[in-house]
Design a protein around this ligand. Structure first.
Ligand code: SF4
Ligand code: SF4
Length: 406
């Protein structure tokens, strides 16, 4: 989009036109609880706004819980009590401890009181190209899914995602699709999905074309430069019957490394939900204050003028969110995977998720002194990031022993 003054005008038009055309949302903003439902978890709360997750038959509250960084079971219990019945985790989060923690919590809840999604990242992929190799096998995917199910201790997940896909070829990679189809046929995953935070429109198109994926989990936030393209693609996906889950909605959480400028979380979540083609969001809160902030949006997605102004101001700041546009990659003398390095930076300095930042760095198999012998950076970022400086900052993590990082 590029122009902040259009950040809201176009959305207003989009919401009203889609509301009228589809009748998907009721009232001013969305489906209220109490409507007839095919699958709606039982701990429903009055006034929570629900949306249909495509053709899956699931209705979800507009705010779900991204469990990724949470390690306190009481946060999960509190989220469920507030009506955030959809919990999102992954095989790789906290090296499996995230699923284990969830499994311990969920054994005390009836299976029809929550919706759970997990993700499996196939092994053998090339982080730099985003493509799979002959080491990426059906058996490996099935084994990882088995691990996840053992940790969760449940008979089925509602959604199983193919995790972190950035290339069409990877989205349609047959061994992975075969494994996922087998899992669905066995009843251990009710629905199949794909997650993406790079080349999202390409992956969403691949999901539509596949005839296999029913849900897309995609990065979607007010800082993205390709919002118009995303909106068109999300509309297309919704028309094709896909459910859309939004992530990275807070665009890094902070606008500065020093954490003096937090993103207005409620405003950022509400902004994403102005698009009726986005069905629920998975903010990754880790404490009760953040939980309350997110929970407020469960029943109210109308944006105040102050919230709009906050986002317009935040959009004009550089912030920490890399669009993963890859425009910089051919410019780097060493051909570094700059978007991934910027994502590691955001995990480390935005989310303060050092382990995740380090894991991503290690997976890139970079030399310790990443930009060494390169005196003048030739990269010109579309967002004016000081790429070399950020790489220098974040690559220090490569020297820290893993056991020193929580
Ligand atoms: S660092 Fe800048 S140019 Fe490179 S992918 Fe991110 S936003 Fe695009
Ligand atoms: S200084 Fe810039 S051009 Fe050189 S390796 Fe680092 S990112 Fe690439």
């Amino acid at each position: 989009m590029g122009k902040t003054e259009n950040l809201f005008n176009r959305r207003k038009f989009l919401v009203s036109s889609v509301l009228g055309a589809t009748g998907v949302v009721a009232g001013a903003t969305g489906i209220k609880s109490g409507m007839s439902s095919s699958i709606m978890p039982k701990n429903d709360k009055t006034n929570i706004i629900y949306r249909k997750l495509g053709k899956t038959g699931i209705k979800l509250p507009v705010i779900s819980m991204g469990v990724m960084r949470a390690d306190n079971p009481n946060i999960v219990k509190a989220a469920l009590a507030k009506g955030m019945v959809h919990l999102d985790t992954a095989n790789s989060y906290q090296q499996g401890r995230n699923e284990e923690m969830l499994g311990k919590v969920l054994k005390d809840y009836p299976r029809d009181s929550y919706v759970i999604s997990t993700k499996v990242k196939p092994g053998g992929g090339n982080r730099k190209t985003g493509l799979y190799t002959d080491k990426t096998t059906e058996e490996d995917f099935l084994k990882k899914f088995d691990e996840s199910m053992d940790r969760l201790g449940i008979e089925y997940v509602d959604i199983l995602y193919h995790h972190a896909v950035s290339k069409r070829e990877a989205a349609l990679y047959e061994p992975v699709l075969n494994a996922m189809k087998k899992i669905k046929a066995s009843g251990r995953a009710k629905h199949l999905g794909i997650s993406t935070h790079k080349n999202e429109p390409e992956i969403i198109q691949a999901a539509i074309d596949s005839g296999v994926y029913e849900v897309v989990l995609t990065a979607y936030n007010f800082k993205q430069d390709h919002i118009p393209e995303m909106d068109k693609m999300l509309e297309k996906a919704t028309k094709a019957g896909l459910g859309i889950v939004g992530m990275k909605n807070l665009a890094g959480g902070y606008l500065d490394k020093e954490k003096q400028k937090p993103v207005n979380a409620q405003a950022a979540l509400k902004w994403a939900l102005q698009n009726p083609n986005v069905h629920t969001l998975i903010p990754g809160f880790t404490n009760f204050e953040q939980l309350d902030d997110c929970a407020a949006v469960l029943t109210d997605i109308k944006m105040s003028s102050d919230e709009k102004e906050d986002l317009i101001a935040a959009r004009s700041e550089q912030g920490m969110y890399c669009n993963a546009c890859s425009a910089c990659v051919p410019q780097c003398r060493k051909g570094l995977p700059v978007p991934e390095l910027m994502r590691a930076y955001m995990y480390t300095y935005g989310y303060r998720e050092l382990k995740k930042g380090q894991d991503l760095l290690v997976s890139l198999e970079l030399p310790g002194d990443v930009c060494s012998h390169c005196d003048e950076c030739t990269v010109s970022c579309v967002k004016n990031f000081s790429v070399a400086e950020k790489i220098k900052d974040v690559s220090r993590l490569l020297d820290v022993p893993a056991e020193f990082i929580a």
